[in-house]
Design a protein around this ligand. Structure first.
Ligand code: NDP
Length: 338
């Protein structure tokens, strides 16, 4: 059973060499009485939150990975053998699995059966119809309190979460601008994902001036995927009673700017509501999310960009690439097609 294991705990951004290929033995049966599933992994998800599990830190909402063991993450898999009455051999599932060819899944947390559907690729259950898509849905509708006609700014806008946030905001009748880290991504935002405007934040020497250019009347909603300097500039450009959904702070590993956030005071005079959230607190809303997004996807009102790497061996580099913006769209690893 080929595996990707964590070699060492990290402090900075993950590097490919923090992980290594390994081999383990696995019996292709779910032990009797275990309520577990033995699955063949098809697609694995690379998600920025996993960096937190690579740190030797036990105070978070999720424990660190175990050294020399396969990395754990969301995946789409096919059930080979089941000791859980809700699943049978041949079912497709999404849930927390291992970065390996076959896994024994004991936890039913966020474990879902997938109905194969010719019009929706299976791997989309890791992105558009999976945890990142759900994050976009919850963050936008529950945290941002959007109204038609509002001005919305999204950072890491072409990524797994951001690209859906922008499209949901457009469907809601908002004006949407995204920031991303390359001209290719900016082009996708404007010409494929339907954003009104987009800019490459790496080419802007003054982020405050850039936001003033795109939002002369200010920002009502900032969906923050990155934190750091972009958040700082957004704070200066928020309108009164603006909302900031703090989804993640993927830039924090690389902050070399000793100034940190300077403009937090803006939340007071502008009466900004700034709220962090975790998608996993809203799982009761997953069925309505799935219905809403699947429907819009099938009607061609939503599109989704994936960055698919072939082979388990490519997972460490693909994962590390999230933190330098190598991925164009949702980063997925194909381990096997069926
Ligand atoms: P993405 O697909 O957007 O991939 C990460 C992207 O972050 C990169 O492609 C890169 O895009 C950008 N990035 C990397 N380093 C920096 C940096 N230093 N400064 C600015 N941008 C950077 O990831 P996801 O869509 O999966 O995740 C987006 C955010 O949402 C993350 O912060 C993640 O932790 C968070 N999240 C939160 C959840 C929750 O429940 N709150 C659940 C899921 C995700 P670019 O080239 O544009 O810079």
């Amino acid at each position: 059973n080929k595996q990707v294991v964590l070699q060492r705990y990290i402090e900075e951004a993950p590097r490919e060499t923090d992980m290594a290929m390994g081999r383990g033995k696995i019996e292709l049966k779910a032990p009797k009485g275990s309520a577990a599933l033995l699955v063949k992994n098809l697609y694995l998800s690379c998600d920025p939150y996993m960096r937190g599990r690579m740190r030797d830190f036990h105070g978070s909402y999720i424990p660190p990975f175990v050294l020399s063991q396969p990395i754990e993450g969301f995946g789409v898999a096919k059930v080979v053998d089941s000791d859980n009455p809700d699943f049978k051999a041949g079912d497709f599932i999404s849930g927390l699995t291992g970065w390996e060819e076959y896994s024994l899944i004991r936890s039913t947390w966020q474990l879902r059966k997938i109905q194969p559907d010719d019009s929706v690729p299976l791997s989309y259950h890791l992105g558009l119809l999976g945890m990142p898509g759900f994050t976009a849905y919850i963050g936008f509708y529950e945290i941002c309190s959007p109204k038609k006609g509002e001005y919305v700014f999204v950072s890491a806008a072409s990524g797994a979460v951001g690209q859906l946030v922008g499209q949901l905001a457009k469907l809601h009748g908002c004006y949407v601008v995204g920031s991303a880290g390359s001209s290719q991504k900016v082009d996708l935002l404007k010409n494929k994902l339907g954003f009104d405007e987009a800019f490459n934040y790496k080419e802007e020497t003054d982020l405050d001036a850039a936001l003033k250019r795109y939002f002369p009347e200010g920002i009502d909603i900032y969906f923050d995927n990155v934190g750091g300097a972009i958040l700082d500039a957004a704070l200066l450009n928020m309108r009164i009673h603006g909302r900031i959904a703090v989804c993640g702070m993927v830039s924090l590993h690389s902050i070399s700017d000793p100034k940190g956030i300077q403009n937090l005071y803006c939340v007071v005079p502008k009466r900004i509501r700034m709220q962090g959230f975790l998608q996993s607190d809203y799982l009761d809303k997953f069925p309505q999310f799935l219905e809403h997004v699947t429907e819009n996807f099938k009607q061609g009102k939503i599109v989704y960009i994936e960055d698919m790497n072939e082979g388990l061996e490519t997972a460490p580099a693909a994962f590390a690439g999230l933190f330098s913006g190598k991925n164009v769209g949702k980063q997925v690893i194909c381990v096997a097609r069926d």
